[in-house]
Design a protein around this ligand. Structure first.
Ligand code: CP
Length: 340
């Protein structure tokens, strides 16, 4: 049996919470990626469960819909042997008017160690951290238009698995940047790793002053895609069409949809395509592009999501001393495996 890279031990990680991307340091992100690499090896084994977080309780509080984030956090907790609870907002006392803090306090009183929260309001994760301090871990699963740090980290991890270096790569994010927490997370993390980040959208879907984050904004898709190494498509948020931010969906498709023809005409020949999901096939991305395993990292992104969320739960719910112990235990196990 092959050994796998050791789980990171006494690195720089000293956080109980992950509530945004912008405050993560290069060293911290590297530590998350190292842990995710190790967990991705474990995930490729027939038996995926390890006892690392036995006895810990993780509660998913999703006030907005989710498939990928909620399921992968639940699986990540279970693979680490933590107890994972999906708190159902629609059948909870939230419907009777219970506040977010009272709900979280109730869960904390039952022995919860971590809450994973998705909410329509930007800033709710900070609100929970202000209230609870280090009593409970808070992990942001997407808050309003603000941030979706675990998505940004899993996108970065998927890219580092495929490219030898992110530094200097032209990465173009296309779509509804204005309403996208995924775009904000990716801009921060890709810039941290030295990428040349470009954005493409109609002017009504580009936030004012977005270039202050160190990226280049285009309304012309051809300029944005010219020589791109990676194209990251964003979901066209249909629910916002009523606001009249684009004149017609048909026009958006005509000028911004990522098609095979556009990729071949403007991007590097070995371009990679990403999408955080859920996708609107035939709108922001053509179906044949999404399904082309040669260039599409979409399935890899989903798989990376479990490894990244295992890494974050592991790092936030264990102490450096506990991690050092695990590292020694695993190094010993690997030595014994190699000796057989
Ligand atoms: N990418 C993403 O956050 O997907 P879900 O909404 O399905 O969690």
């Amino acid at each position: 049996m092959a050994s796998h890279p050791p789980l990171p031990g006494s690195g720089s990680w000293n956080r109980r919470h992950v509530i945004d991307s912008a405050s993560l340091t290069y060293e911290e992100v590297e530590e998350v990626l190292r842990a995710a690499k190790s967990f991705s090896h474990i995930l490729s084994r027939p038996v995926k469960k390890i006892p690392t977080l036995r006895g810990k309780v993780v509660v998913n509080m999703f006030y907005e819909n989710s498939t990928r984030t909620r399921t992968s956090f639940e699986l990540a907790a279970q693979y680490l042997s933590a107890d994972a609870i999906n708190f159902s907002v629609s059948t909870s006392s939230v419907k009777k008017g219970e506040s977010l803090i009272d709900t979280a306090e109730t869960l904390a009183a039952m022995g919860t160690d971590a809450v994973v929260i998705r909410h329509a309001s930007s800033g709710v994760c900070q609100q929970l951290v202000n209230y609870f301090g280090d009593r409970i871990c808070v992990l942001n699963a997407g808050d309003g238009y603000h941030d979706h740090p675990t998505q940004g980290l899993l996108d970065l991890f998927s890219l580092t698995e495929r490219l030898s270096d992110i530094k200097g790569k032209k990465i173009t994010i296309v779509g509804d940047i204005l309403h996208s927490r995924v775009a904000r997370s990716n801009i921060h993390l890709l810039k941290l790793f030295g990428a040349d980040v470009h954005l493409a959208a109609p002017s009504t879907l580009l936030p004012m002053h977005i270039e202050s984050l160190g990226c280049t904004a285009h309304t012309n898709i051809e300029d944005a895609l010219d020589g791109a190494d990676v194209v990251m498509c964003l979901r066209m948020q249909m629910e916002r069409q009523r606001a009249g931010l684009i004149p017609a969906l048909r026009e958006y498709i005509r000028f911004y949809s990522i098609t095979q023809e556009r990729l071949e005409k403007f991007c590097k020949p070995d371009v990679l395509v990403m999408h955080p999901g859920p996708m609107n096939r035939g709108v922001e991305i053509a179906s044949d592009v999404a399904d082309n395993r040669e260039i599409s990292l979409i399935t890899n992104q989903v798989t990376s999501g479990v490894a990244i969320r295992m890494a974050l739960l592991y790092l936030c719910l264990s102490t450096p001393a506990e991690r050092s112990g695990l590292e020694r235990f695993q190094a010993n196990l690997n030595e014994r495996m190699l000796a057989v």
